[in-house]
Design a protein around this ligand. Structure first.
Ligand SMILES: Cc1cc2nc3c(=O)[nH]c(=O)nc-3n(C[C@H](O)[C@H](O)[C@H](O)COP(=O)(O)O)c2cc1C
Length: 319
């Protein structure tokens, strides 16, 4: 079956499936596996300690796949400067750069005139329009079901995606809550020309940095086992519900500010759970789709299964 969309053509990939930037988890093994399976894998620049480490990781991806891949830049308010890290992606002439979490203007402007494709992850129609005005090649739009950072307006993927599709003329990639071939077909039905998945790719063999307890929590958990933290800080983000995130929500309810919360929501607290499996003293991002995850396949198995499911749906529809 022909899977060509404007997204597959833009990115030079076989299937319209993109692996989301995954802070502290998206390194060469996962990125190369996704690209080798026909999608677009990504590494996450700001999880790496230095520009040199990023250069080595890009080279590692290239040693593992000849296919296109992306480098993701999450540029949060409290984030560290990204300019040196961006120069590495340009010097290495990576195929794709994706960005989120802040004003994309400096990244898009710096990439103008290069062959690097520019994708912006947004969570609202206005942000998508702005990304198009700035010169983004495509937008990814994440609904409220998604794992990690979300929009402030609580709009679900099924409402947000067609709204954005109608508002911009660049291709739209649906994100948030997708984990199987049904989700892929649903996204295409909404007018998206590709999907991005985060949570589902964590529960794979090649997401080698995720501790087995994190993957098991994704398999065992239901769709009700996530909560949104950091809403009071204006940066809502979806995590696995546990005692630690209960404490965060309690502090937020008590009206505590960033200074009181920062230890709880820090990168160290995140890494304690996702690298060490220390669930009692940390947190892990995940989307509601964890309720639909039942196994920990290889990326190739997951992709083939999704494509088969989607093709079965197309066959049924065509009858
Ligand atoms: C553990 C985790 C870390 C994430 N880190 C990033 C990141 O660094 N950069 C980014 O663009 N998106 C990040 N995201 C968001 C994903 O790229 C994607 O938009 C989201 O996971 C989609 O929702 P899903 O989890 O339902 O698939 C993260 C998501 C998760 C679950």
């Amino acid at each position: 079956m022909n899977w060509e969309t404007r997204v597959t053509k833009l990115l030079g990939i076989q299937y319209p499936i993109i692996q989301g930037g995954l802070a502290y988890l998206a390194y060469a093994d996962l990125a190369a596996a996704v690209s080798n399976a026909g999608g677009l894998g990504q590494i996450t620049a700001m999880s790496l300690p230095s520009p040199q480490a990023l250069r080595e990781e890009i080279q590692k991806v290239r040693s593992m796949t000849a296919k296109p891949f992306g480098v993701n830049y999450a540029i949060g308010q409290h984030g560290r400067p990204f300019e040196h890290m961006l120069e590495i992606a340009i010097e290495e002439n990576v195929p794709v750069v994706t960005m989120t979490g802040g004003n994309p203007t400096p990244i898009i402007k710096r990439l103008e005139g290069t062959s690097i494709k520019k994708l912006v992850l947004v969570a609202a129609r206005r942000q998508a329009e702005k990304a198009e005005e700035l010169g983004a090649d495509a937008v990814m739009v994440v609904g409220q079901e998604g794992g990690g950072h979300l929009g402030r307006a609580d709009i679900g993927t099924i409402v947000l995606v067609p709204q954005v599709v109608d508002a911009v003329s660049i291709p739209v990639i649906a994100s948030g809550g997708i984990g199987d071939g049904r989700g892929l077909m649903a996204a295409l039905s909404l007018g998206a020309e590709g999907i991005e998945m985060g949570t589902r790719f964590i529960a794979t063999q090649e997401c080698v940095h995720a501790h087995s307890l994190y993957k098991e929590a994704l398999v065992k958990g239901t769709e009700s086992d996530t909560v949104v933290i950091k809403r009071s800080l204006g940066a809502p983000a979806r995590v696995i519900r546990n005692g630690w995130t209960g404490q965060i929500l309690q502090l937020e309810q008590e009206g505590k500010g960033y200074e009181d919360l920062k230890e709880y929501i820090s990168g160290s607290a995140n890494r304690r759970y996702i690298y060490e499996g220390n669930e009692a003293e940390g947190f892990a991002w995940a989307g509601q789709v964890m309720g639909r995850i039942k196994d920990i396949p290889t990326v190739q198995e997951l992709t083939s299964r999704m494509i088969q499911e989607a093709e079965d749906i197309r066959m049924r529809w065509s009858k």
